[in-house]
Design a protein around this ligand. Structure first.
Ligand code: LMR
Length: 398
């Protein structure tokens, strides 16, 4: 049965992370996978998350199934976190959320909903986008096409090209947008640019599918939700995939939510029923634990404020590190002006260095970044920064 199978290549991100784990270089530095590391190089559990987990476990007296759509408190509070209180209350039954196994589960269920709603639907993704968007969304039967996004020359969003590209998308297609902290480039569009993008979506009757995996890592929790909220205010239908991996640090618990907003409760209910049916025919229902934690945390004002403070510290620390990296690289070499690094948002940023430099950093110094030159800013620390600056400058100056 399985004898004729070839061994498939590893995933570009998970595979590189695994190679890093197996590297016996004692000085190795991991800037590959998007996982937050503190000053000691550890990925700690947020204190508020730990407290919520302890309360959850103490109060839990059954492991029976939770509702198929997920923990009700989780769903309500995630909706409020993403859309804000006012909009969530206005929408009432026009919004439905379903708990999913991570942001990937949310993306996949959103994609399943799209293919249930329309045969051979085309989804337009930014060029570039997160590598896993392709297999994840194509597996649900969607055809993926690219719209212009990032300019390697200016190291920023080519907004004119992006708008032109969006304007050329056939009426009725779906556009995948990164809600904030664009992965992999770290180059985001501004609120004013979101307004223009939403106008094009409205004119062309394009449905946005917004991937929000880093809320709170860019400019702040509310600021990072600007695009989602404006899209919901101005467009008839919006699909959102949210992840709790990064902003709650719940990576391995696999917790996220898919959210659908339509113009009337009946349509929303129908869309939700398709998501639940798609889930039932694959994993049946989401794991509960992470959603239980987030639901409890967000329904407790004290824990919520503690979590927000911790999240803000993480965000500010990443911002300091990105600034120090940009300044350090600019002082240490003159081949590339790295000022753009300081402008990037969230966990990632392209360094824009030649591929041979990426490979030399990996093979000679055990410094791991993706071939695309994406670095995980959250993998930088006061300790490894001088080493990274020194090695990158050295290889670049050869
Ligand atoms: C990343 O882009 O590194 C993260 O989102 C982790 C992953 O699953 O790829």
């Amino acid at each position: 049965m399985f004898g004729q199978l070839d061994i498939l290549p590893p995933d570009p991100i998970l595979g590189l992370n695994q190679t890093f784990q197996q590297d016996d270089n004692a000085d190795k530095i991991n800037l590959s996978i998007g996982v937050y590391q503190n000053a000691q190089g550890l990925t700690p559990i947020f204190t508020a998350v730990k407290k919520a987990e302890q309360q959850l476990l103490a109060a839990q007296n059954t492991k029976s199934y939770a509702p198929q759509a997920g923990d009700p408190s989780f769903l309500e509070h995630m909706t409020r976190l993403l859309l804000g209180d006012e909009l969530s209350e206005q929408l009432q039954d026009r919004v439905a959320a379903v708990m999913t196994p991570g942001g990937c589960g949310a993306l996949r269920m959103g994609a399943e909903l799209l293919s249930h709603a329309k045969q051979n639907v085309t989804l337009w993704v930014s060029d570039p986008t997160w590598a896993n968007h392709y297999p994840l969304l194509q597996s649900a039967g969607l055809t993926l096409e690219k719209y212009s996004y990032y300019s390697a020359e200016t190291h920023s969003v080519d907004f004119t090209a992006m708008l032109e590209s969006l304007q050329a998308i056939p009426v009725g297609d779906v556009v995948l947008l990164h809600g904030c902290c664009h992965n992999p480039t770290g180059a985001d569009i501004s609120p004013a640019q979101w307004d223009q993008v939403i106008s094009v979506l409205a004119e062309r009757q394009l449905t946005p599918f917004i991937d929000v995996a880093y809320q709170g890592f860019g400019d702040g929790l509310a600021e990072d939700a600007y695009g989602v909220r404006e899209a919901v205010k101005r467009l008839p239908e919006v699909l959102v995939a949210a992840s709790c991996s990064k902003n709650f640090g719940l990576y391995r618990e696999r917790i996220g939510a898919v959210m659908v907003i339509t113009q009337d409760p009946q349509t929303t209910l129908a869309a939700k029923s398709h998501i639940l049916t798609a889930a039932r025919s694959s994993y049946s229902m989401s794991p509960y634990h992470g959603g239980g934690i987030v639901g409890l945390l967000l329904s407790d004002p004290e824990l919520t404020s503690e979590w927000k403070t911790e999240l803000e510290q993480v965000r500010l620390r990443m911002n300091r590190l990105r600034l120090e990296l940009a300044e350090g690289l600019n002082q240490a070499q003159s081949r590339i002006d790295f000022s753009f690094v300081a402008e990037s948002k969230g966990m990632f940023c392209y360094l824009g260095i030649p591929l041979e430099v990426v490979h030399a950093l990996r093979s000679e110094f055990g410094i791991y970044l993706l071939d695309s030159t994406r670095i995980n800013v959250a993998g930088l620390s006061q300790e490894n920064l001088p080493i990274i600056i020194d090695r990158v400058s050295e290889v670049l100056s050869r």
